[in-house]
Design a protein around this ligand. Structure first.
Ligand SMILES: [Zn+2]
Ligand SMILES: [Zn+2]
Length: 338
């Protein structure tokens, strides 16, 4: 089968590799669609911190926002899974440690992360092997585009949940990329008033189409102030600005990661009585993401700009926007096309 392999910073090959075989407890999935995410871009460019602290190394087979069909089951896995469509958790915890047992398997010390950590091969390939216990089935009503958006949607659901989005709450989201826009969709579905700040006029316009109260290149002052503020940027100057902007007693939710640390004055956190939350992964939000989409509370497809073949993804990583791409920031890949 073919797989997209990153062999060094900005060096890649579409390689012919051995098809995976399902081991005990595992399945082989034929990948129908996979999203390109900021984490993938960081691995491609060599800036991802995991490359520098030993949690990941080249050559890498990246890709983790996948949806596909089970085509093979290993020992101990129900053969009824064959031909059914799934998405999968990125975080593959050991299942036995205290963190895994308490529902925090995404923080397991020895976890694999699909296409990210400890060498687990990713989904930018025709096939993928994953443990069956990390699968989530998707309804027939989901097309492959929706399927590939469940995982980033799960991150966004967690951010919206952490911000306590609900009617009467004013929420500021900084960053109009995929996660910012998806988070806006979930916050709106939960009934909150949403304001956004971004840099790109195209995605700012898209935010307004999604239905946020305001979106622009600078923060606006609103009556009552912001009850929760969200960093969905790659800019280490943003978190401290958000801490200044949030109402006392409010919430600061961080999901963006810059290559350099963002510094916060702990005295401000104390004097403003703030709750600061970091969101690493969508794992605890996957079922919620599926439910919100299934019930029609959100349709995430508006954030997809284009779908390209596996042979074109290298150009996307190098910064070429696919011909005819729409305004959405998210690029999807169809691994069956080259
Ligand atoms: Zn991702
Ligand atoms: Zn564990």
């Amino acid at each position: 089968m073919k797989a997209f392999v990153v062999t060094g910073p900005q060096i890649f090959e579409l390689q012919e590799v051995a098809s995976p075989v399902a081991g005990t407890g595992e399945v082989v999935v034929e990948v129908n669609r996979v999203g390109v995410c900021g984490t993938d871009v960081e691995f491609f460019n060599g800036t991802m911190p995991y490359l520098h602290d030993g949690q990941a190394k080249y050559p890498m087979r990246i890709g983790h926002e996948w949806t596909g069909r089970v085509i093979q089951v290993g020992e101990g896995v129900d053969s009824k899974l064959i031909d059914r469509r799934f998405i999968g958790d990125v975080m593959l915890g050991c299942g036995t440690c205290k963190r895994c047992q308490s529902g925090r398997q995404h923080t397991c010390a020895t976890r694999f992360e699909v296409g990210i950590r400890n060498g687990w091969s990713g989904a930018l390939a025709e096939q993928l092997v994953v443990p069956a216990r990390f699968l989530h089935e998707i309804p027939d009503s989901f097309d492959d585009t929706i399927g590939a958006l469940v995982e980033p949607g799960a991150n966004a659901w967690r951010v919206a949940d952490a911000a306590q989005a609900q009617p009467g709450k004013n929420i500021l989201i900084w960053g109009t990329g995929t996660i910012g826009l998806l988070t806006a969709q979930f916050c709106l579905a939960m009934g909150a008033n949403v304001h956004m700040v971004g840099k790109d006029p195209v995605t700012i316009k898209l935010a307004l189409e999604i239905g946020v109260a305001s979106a622009g290149e600078s923060v606006i002052e609103i009556a009552g102030g912001y009850d929760a503020v969200i960093d969905a940027t790659f800019d280490n100057k943003v978190p401290s600005k958000l801490v200044d902007l949030v109402e006392p007693g409010g919430r600061v939710v961080l999901i963006g990661v810059d290559n350099n640390p963002a510094l916060l004055d702990s005295r401000t956190l104390v004097f403003k009585d703030l709750t600061v939350l970091g969101i690493l992964s969508g794992s605890p939000g996957l079922a919620h993401s599926i439910e919100f989409i299934k019930s029609g509370r959100i349709d995430p497809r508006i954030i997809v700009g284009a779908t390209v073949g596996l042979g074109e993804v290298g150009k996307v990583f190098l910064g070429t926007r696919p011909v005819g791409a729409g305004p959405g920031p998210k690029i999807l890949v169809d691994p069956k096309k080259f």
